[in-house]
Design a protein around this ligand. Structure first.
Ligand code: HEC
Length: 108
């Protein structure tokens, strides 16, 4: 990716999609946390916008299609698989829940 080539990860941060403002003009705090985790722990492999990279595409409903039950997606993140690292003990349970929601609801 261009941002990796030029070594400006900060410039890439803005590409991680923002959490949309809710009906009451407020932001869902869990999704905001999920975005933060995604940006710091996942975007380098799955792409800032979830379009894929080292890891498969998560955006455009891919993850919802692969994992109709969010619990299965959560288990994959906890356990890891092949080149997908295990986040067991590296993220709290709440952080994993938040990033699962973010990938399903915002990268959708
Ligand atoms: C070091 C690179 C890397 C990082 C960091 C990473 N992933 Fe992955 N991820 C992968 C790879 C590679 C796969 C494919 C694994 C396989 O072979 O099945 C994958 C698979 C997945 C899948 C399953 C996709 C599918 O279509 O089955 C999900 C969901 C996922 N990652 C979410 C995350 C989340 C959320 C994070 C951050 C907490 C994250 N990943 C961090 C590399 C990474």
């Amino acid at each position: 990716m261009l941002c990796v080539v030029v070594g400006l990860p900060v410039a890439c941060a803005g590409d991680v999609p923002e959490v949309p403002v809710g009906p009451g003009g407020t932001l869902d705090a869990e999704l905001v946390l999920g975005r933060d985790i995604y940006e710091r722990r996942c975007a380098n492999c799955h792409g800032a916008d979830g379009g894929g990279g080292t890891g498969p595409k998560l955006a455009d409903g891919s993850v919802v299609e692969q994992y109709p039950d969010p619990a299965d997606q959560r288990a994959l993140i906890v356990d890891g698989r092949n080149a997908m690292p295990s986040f067991d003990g590296r993220l709290t349970s709440g952080e994993i829940d938040a990033v699962v929601r973010y990938t399903r609801e915002v990268l959708d």
